[in-house]
Design a protein around this ligand. Sequence first.
Ligand code: N2P
Length: 343
Amino acid sequence: MKQVMKLAAASTVALGLAVSPATAAGELFLYNWTDYIDNTITDKFTKDTGIKVTLDTYDSNETLLAKLKSGATGYDLAVPSQNFVDIMIKEGMLIEVDVKSMPNYKHVADAFKKPSWDPEQKYSSPYQMGTTSYAVKKGSGAGQCASLKEFFEPNAAAKGKVGVFKTPEEVVNLAHIYLGQNFCTEKTDDLKAVQSLLQGQKSSVKVFSSEGTMDRLGDGVTLVSNAWNGDAMKRRLKDDTIQYCFPKEGVVGWFDSLVIPKGAKNVENAKTFMNWLMAPENMALLSNFANYANAIVGSDKYMTKDMASSPEVQVPSVPVKFGKSCGPKYTKAIDKIWTKLLQ
Ligand code: N2P
């Protein structure tokens, strides 16, 4: 711990950010996923920089996109997944910041530098990465993590006890994986098959929601539920009654990044946060809280034993498919399927 503190202090000075905590260096409005950051991280950022963080949360990439499109939000930073960064860049929704010229960019692993969704790294800096799948309540008879069938075509034990995320993108991509289809498929037969799979699942669904999912599963309100690996790990560490699944068909992968939406008032503070988070000891704090892997070399030194040995973080040999931004025809068709599903 002492070592971590010493390094943090050293990097603060190196960054020229030696601001006493009492100094008001302004504000930062962060719009982030639910349960994706906590005070241990924002308080350290404030201590290191003097910048005060205000947090607001969302449940999905779709909610984030809609919110940013709705006009002046006052947010200085948001955390979209790779395919939504791509959409936001294409739609001119982001401020250019040239992340690759930031001092701590050197800590980003080569494999994650200049990613395909932001090839010149002009807009986005790494946050966390993980997978979307489902989890089961152990010993409930609802499933053994063998196949996505357990989630999409639940058995008798799981009837009425299935939790499904409340957004199309991740659920439909999992359906594509289960059905052996390509992401972004525009084939009528594929889309019909997705629709009938989801409609068939609906009679077993307890709740469509992307928040509080692992608590409902751990408490037995649901027995099978959509899950992100970090949230599942958190609940597993609490009472070891749930299992995150890597089904044989594969899982959805995602890489979340920090971006600065147009209209942000505190752009310099947002850039300071981007750079600050790329320091290994800071990124490790975030991974230790959120329980996801990250793209920063050297952060593992500061990570907990639980993270090093986490079965939710180590992906076994099943396919991991990353969501892409799809064409308008596809997006419209999925919107229609989803709206009908939730009616
Ligand atoms: C944690 C948020 C997970 C982010 N609740 C999924 N991209």
